[in-house]
Design a protein around this ligand. Structure first.
Ligand SMILES: Cc1ncc(C[n+]2csc(CCOP(=O)(O)OP(=O)(O)O)c2C)c(N)n1
Ligand SMILES: [Mg+2]
Length: 609
């Protein structure tokens, strides 16, 4: 994420000062920071910018069908490529349609720049047509935002926006530009002098803290490397592996960190959290040292906070000092870039070893291996002749392989994708972890494929999620972005239904979607029809539409989809509705209450009953 941060004056760069409009200056600035792809929709206030955009040979604009799609596409692009994603919208409703993806990117620390048109500066504050105070609205969900009314500021603001988005803890930045500033004459000057005296993210960790952390790691008896998405964002996965193998410590990767450490590596215990593996969750609970790297002790990981990892000392390393001590007091806080931290830690651990320290995690591994063996993540077979959703997802992973990029929606299918796909490499798993935004998958996959055209990109989507943002398949079809979409069609808002099964006495209020199999005696709206019919819907959007209803057809359908590359492909997998996501830690309870399956509480040898 560094190349675009380098918008500040480069040595040897010839200064440019050219007269042009603010709009032209905006496009030139985007070219100068290296923005290659912009997802957006024009409208009145941003219209001046769209005119010079037409002439740019460096910036490709992809016309989406809804601004939410533009925002998630920018996020998917950023996560897949490691560059800053860019989306553009007009004022008022165009801008407010970006609010959900901006909030989503903020929660998941994804670097995007959102550019919005604003009404003319004289009209700001008058309830002018299509006026919305998007800076005010996005204040709490952006890393920073700008309202630009002076065209001469455009180059500096764009350079700063990209720099802020990409550096330190990444995140979304919004640039709102008044229409008259886009229309006015100005001078485009490049390079620019950035004015960010208060913004100096600390990247170099403190040597004393590193030494202390290394000492604790080598002297712990039951350590766990608790790895979050920050490790992927910092490009620190190679260093993570070196540290893990050097010490032999077990590793867990959070939902945002899948791929940071190979799933197939023997030291990997899986994912912690509400639907994490018994081994990963329990390792944290019984640990004497949590070594937290680029992660934020999210409630979906900790469960009830006062019952989380009660015996553990905490080393917490993060780029954002505000995260340290937020949910759990750290015994050793380390502020810095994960890659620099890990590089220094490797040296410090080597120094410990050279001084004669030896690690002793033997008993710990005996316990960990016991939990792994006794409580593997698995599933119950589907009723006869039906597809189980877990099997569909697992088989896609096996046939498509770990080089592909996978994006998920939000719900049961997302959790099964996290559990049953095999992640071996960073930046191959895109999902909405912090916000849990239904509708994320299709546009995020589109953004990823736009940025990585030679990589296979699969969206694993739910039938509910798919109905929120599937229109971006039109964008994909028209722009030669041939993604694959596996709709895990259980005919319901499955994750909500699962909670109704478990906590609301099986009263299924408003979770049946009528798009899949018959539910609870309620027939399809019309005999033999599906509403909507995802195959027909996909064909209407210029995609291939396939359907799979029987286990014996599974491989052939996936292979057929893999072979079709001249248009997007949607597969409607009709799966049984009663599958549930296990293991599970019920919301608000302690991780000690994890259930490996329904009514199956693992025996850790400490059950009081
Ligand atoms: C925008 C949004 N609205 C509502 C929710 C609450 N919610 C979480 S999961 C879910 C069901 C998702 O259904 P589907 O896409 O079919 O996935 P499934 O759980 O069935 O796999 C809902 C409604 C949400 N996360 N996001
Ligand atoms: Mg569903």
């Amino acid at each position: 994420m560094t190349e675009q941060a380098a918008a500040a004056p480069q040595r040897g760069e010839t200064p440019i000062a050219e007269p042009m409009t603010g709009a032209q200056s905006l496009i030139r600035s985007l070219e100068a920071v290296g923005a290659e792809t912009v997802f957006g929709i024009p409208g009145g206030a941003i219209l001046p910018a769209y005119d010079p955009l037409m002439d740019s040979t460096k910036v490709r604009h992809i016309l989406v069908r809804h601004e939410q799609g533009a925002g998630h596409a920018a996020t998917g692009y950023a996560q897949a490529t490691g560059k800053v994603g860019v989306c553009m919208a007009t004022s008022g409703p165009g801008a407010t349609n970006l609010v959900t993806p901006i909030a989503d990117a903020y929660m998941d620390s994804v670097p995007i720049v959102a550019i919005t048109g604003q009404v003319a500066s004289a009209a700001i504050g008058t309830d002018a047509f299509q006026e919305a105070d998007i800076c005010g609205i996005t204040m709490p969900i952006t890393k920073h935002n700008y309202l630009v009314t002076d065209p001469s500021e455009i180059p500096r603001v764009i350079a700063e926006a990209f720099h802020i988005a990409a550096t330190g803890r990444p995140g979304p930045v919004l640039v709102d530009i008044a229409k008259d500033a886009l229309q006015a004459r100005t001078v485009f000057r490049w390079p620019v002098e950035q004015q960010l005296p208060g913004y100096r993210p600390v990247t170099k960790p403190h040597a004393k803290q590193i030494r202390e952390a290394a000492r604790m790691l080598t002297s712990a008896k039951r350590p766990v490397l608790y790895v979050g998405g920050g490790v992927i964002k910092a490009g620190a996965t190679a260093e993570l592996r070196i540290l893990a193998e050097l010490t032999g410590a077990p590793v867990v990767t959070t939902l945002m960190a899948l791929g940071a450490f190979p799933d197939t590596h023997d030291q990997h215990l899986g994912m912690p959290g509400m639907h994490g593996s018994v081994a990963a969750v329990t390792a944290l609970q019984k640990s004497d040292l949590l070594f937290a790297l680029g992660t934020r002790f999210d409630d979906r990981v900790t469960g009830r906070l006062d019952g989380f990892a009660p015996l553990a000392k905490i080393v917490h390393a993060d780029i954002d000092p505000a995260e340290i001590g937020k949910n759990r007091i750290a015994d050793v806080p380390i502020v810095g870039d994960a890659r620099e931290i890990l590089a220094d830690l490797i040296q410090a651990v080597q120094a410990e070893f050279a001084a004669g320290t030896a690690v002793d995690y033997g008993d710990w591994w005996v316990q960990l291996n016991g939990w792994r063996k006794t409580y593997p993540v698995g599933w119950d077979p589907a009723p006869d002749g039906m597809l189980s959703p877990q099997q569909v997802i697992e088989r896609i992973g096996q046939l498509v392989g770990p080089d592909a990029i996978y994006a998920a929606g939000v719900g049961q299918h997302q959790m099964w994708a996290s559990q049953f796909l095999t992640f071996e490499k960073p930046a191959t798993w895109l999902n909405s972890g912090g916000a849990g935004t239904m509708g994320y998958a299709v546009p995020a996959a589109m953004g990823a494929k736009a940025g990585m055209p030679d990589t296979a990109v699969w969206a694993i989507d739910g039938d509910g999620c798919f109905q929120m943002t599937n229109q971006e398949l039109v964008t994909c079809a028209l722009n030669n972005i041939p993604i694959k979409v596996a709709v895990i069609n259980n005919g319901s808002l499955g994750m909500v239904r699962q909670w109704q099964t478990l906590f609301y006495d099986q009263r299924y209020s408003n979770t049946v979607l009528h798009s899949g199999p018959e539910h609870d005696g309620i027939a399809q709206p019309a005999q033999g029809t599906r509403i909507p019919d995802f195959v027909k819907l996909s064909e209407a959007m210029g995609c291939y539409g396939l359907r799979c209803e029987r286990p014996e057809d599974l491989d052939a359908v996936i292979q057929q989809a893999m072979a079709l590359n001249d248009a997007p492909v949607v597969i409607d997998f009709i799966v049984h509705q009663d599958a549930m996501v296990w293991p599970m830690v019920a919301a608000g309870t302690s991780n000690d209450e994890i259930l490996a399956a329904r009514n199956v509480r693992p025996d850790f040898g400490d059950n009081e009953e």
